[in-house]
Write a protein that binds this ligand. Sequence first.
Ligand code: CDP
Ligand code: MG
Length: 141
Amino acid sequence: MERTLVMIKPDGVERNFIGKIISIFEEKGLRVVALKKLKLSKEQAKTFYIVHKERPFYESLTDYIISGPVVAMVLEGENAIKKVREIMGATDPKEAEEGTIRKLFGVDKEKNTVHGSDSPESAKKEIYFFFSEYELIGAEK
Ligand code: CDP
Ligand code: MG
C-alpha cells in the first residue's frame, strides 16, 4: 500500500467538481485517508511549489493556487503515486489522454484542476504539508 497527496486546484473547486473528481479516484480503487478544504496563503503556496521557484511560471502558479479554496486529500492504494498521475493525465490538458481528469476538466496548462505527488519523497513531504499524523486514517479497523 502506498499513499499520495492530491490537491483539487481552485479551478476544480470553483466549478464544483470536488465530488466528481473524488469519485473518479474511488472508482479506480483508491481510498481517501484524509481530506480537507482550505485556502492557502501566498507563503504557503510558495513553500508547496518550492521545487519550481526558478521556473518562469512560479509567480503566476502561486497566485493562481491562492485565488480560491483548494481541497487536499491523501489517497491510498497499490502504486497510488503512479496510479494517481495516470488518472490525472498530462500537465497540459491538451496533451492529456481521453478519460483523464485533466482532459475532462482542465482549463489550460496552469489551471489543470488537480495536483498529484510525483515520487515517494514528494508524497511524504506534501502529505505532512497539509496533514498531521493523527489525521491520516487508513483502511485498518
Ligand atoms: O503538475 P505536474 O507535475 O503535472 O506539472 P509540473 O511540471 O510539476 O508543474 C506544476 C504545476 O505548475 C502544473 O500542474 C501547472 O499547474 C503549473 N505549470 C504552469 O503553469 N506552466 C507550465 N509551463 C508548467 C506547469
Ligand atoms: Mg509536478
